[in-house]
Design a protein around this ligand. Sequence first.
Ligand SMILES: [Zn+2]
Length: 314
Amino acid sequence: MFALVFLSACAHVETRLPVPNQAALRKESNTQEHQAFIRYAQQLSRLDKISTKLLQANAPICEKTFQDMGVRTHTLKSYPKHLRDAAKRQLGAKKHPTILSVRDNAQLSKMDSLLDQRANPTSVRNKALQETLKTEQAEIQIRRGDKTLSVPVTSNLACDYKVSLRMSGAVNAYATGKSIIITTAMMDFAKTDEELALVVGHELAHNTMGHILKIIQNTILSGFATRTTRPFEAEADYVGLYYMARAGYNMDGVETFWRRLGVKNPKSIVRAKSHPVTPARLLSIRMTAQEINAKRTSGQALLPNALKPTQQNP
Ligand SMILES: [Zn+2]
């Protein structure tokens, strides 16, 4: 460290370097920021599309559900700090929630601002609004230009887990018990929508199966968190594939996601303390797909096989 400081203090370059002018520098910064933002916004909308499909298709077997109005709002804080200027320029993101996207509702538009705080995603689970949505069409207050309007909204039942995108160069995804987080590098790595559904399904299973709580309990009891998580990872792969199939995604060949990940991280082919090794994951997913296809052919419900028979799953 000291050697580096010493070197940098007296080091100097020996060639005449080009010095870009300020205006050109600013222009190129804007171009790069703009492209980075467009890429982020596209990933956000792809993740929303796929996770909505999974959360709605699996609502009948999710314990925690909510009425999803399909209204996505955003504020400047919804974006990573360095993309907020671009978010303001490109999508008109503000300090207060405005509509980013709407599904199945022709009466709302991106230019509308939400006045009804019950429709804000942070309070969308507001009890009164949720109760109304269950039985009838609810109305939310919006501002359009200088007018205040009441707009009817419909909803669909969905599993109640928030799905977010995190800007990171690490190919990763995780579940917290209440939410699912997918990194931007994972969005790039999951080439097809089927692969992304596999990843989101896996994290959804961690949440629905209560793995996070079980891991904490195991940690307290055994003190070996890494080894105790392995069966839960295998279970999340198994249950997650059912979630994906129930949402109508094609499972053919989706297991090769794990081959590509093994090739990218060769260590995970032979050694994985907290997770099953990637060859085992590929083969287990292939076997699960065969199990699901057999159920489909014989007209059985697509439900994971439980260890203990239950009323729902004999
Ligand atoms: Zn996992």
